[in-house]
Design a protein around this ligand. Structure first.
Ligand code: ZN
Length: 228
């Protein structure tokens, strides 16, 4: 009775389009769920995300849950997770990534999840790291420890939106530092980020990790804007 009353007074709404949700729907309405641009690269070898990093860093496996397109549902979701503090949506998307990781056998060897760190100042301002929130969802299905302490972002880089690919790679050089190498030695690290575009940020993070003896890296992101 109370539930019914509450749902009339405060109806649950779709986190993307705002439509009132029915009982079976959670965070997203059926329409928005069906619109998600899944690309299944997580389960597919030699996909565009792996091609993007080819010749730059040695990556065991890489994939992204969604294809990122401007002014579509994928952008809406990324923005809500990154700028609006929609942590429930982040966890839900992470869970979807986790299901694909678990279904694919390509990531079975990964020992740990490592969200790409934000600079301390940026994380304090935002209150959370969206990639870490994705990891929390991933770990509910694809059970691995989340490492948020071994790697640090040592430089607070400016927004990279208007930089060319080469400028971005140069701008990102030595942005990350491993501060607890022992935790990574000999491990296969699954690096997690929200969006991959040129791959400059992830490349820089992986390069820092790969300096630790015996480490290997794989990559998974919520969305890929790469045209590789
Ligand atoms: Zn919707």
């Amino acid at each position: 009775m109370i539930h019914k009353l509450l749902s009339i007074l405060f109806p649950r709404r779709c986190h993307v389009c705002g439509r009132i949700l029915v009982a079976q729907e959670d965070l997203l309405c059926v329409g928005c769920s069906l619109e998600l641009p899944h690309n299944y690269s997580i389960e597919m070898a030699h996909n565009p995300i792996e091609e993007l990093f080819m010749g730059r860093i040695p990556v065991v496996s890489a994939g992204a849950l969604l294809t990122f397109r401007a002014e579509t549902i994928s952008q809406h979701i990324v923005h809500r997770i990154k700028y609006s503090g929609d942590l429930r949506l982040a966890k839900m998307m992470g869970t979807m990534i986790g299901h694909q990781l678990a279904r694919s056998n390509r990531f079975d060897d990964c020992d740990m999840l490592l969200p790409v760190p934000l600079h301390k100042k940026k994380q304090r301002k935002r209150g959370y790291n969206q990639s870490e929130e994705l990891c929390k969802g991933i770990a509910t299905v694809f059970n691995r420890p989340i490492d948020t302490t071994s790697v640090q972002r040592t430089r607070n880089t400016s927004s990279q939106t208007h930089h060319s690919r080469i400028e971005r790679v140069e701008n990102m050089a030595n942005v990350f530092a491993v501060i607890q190498p022992d935790a990574l030695t000999g491990r296969h690290v699954l690096v997690v980020d929200d969006v991959v575009t040129t791959g400059a940020t992830i490349e820089s993070c992986c390069k820092a990790i790969l300096q630790v003896p015996g480490t290997t890296v794989s990559i998974v992101t919520l969305a890929s804007a790469s045209k590789a």
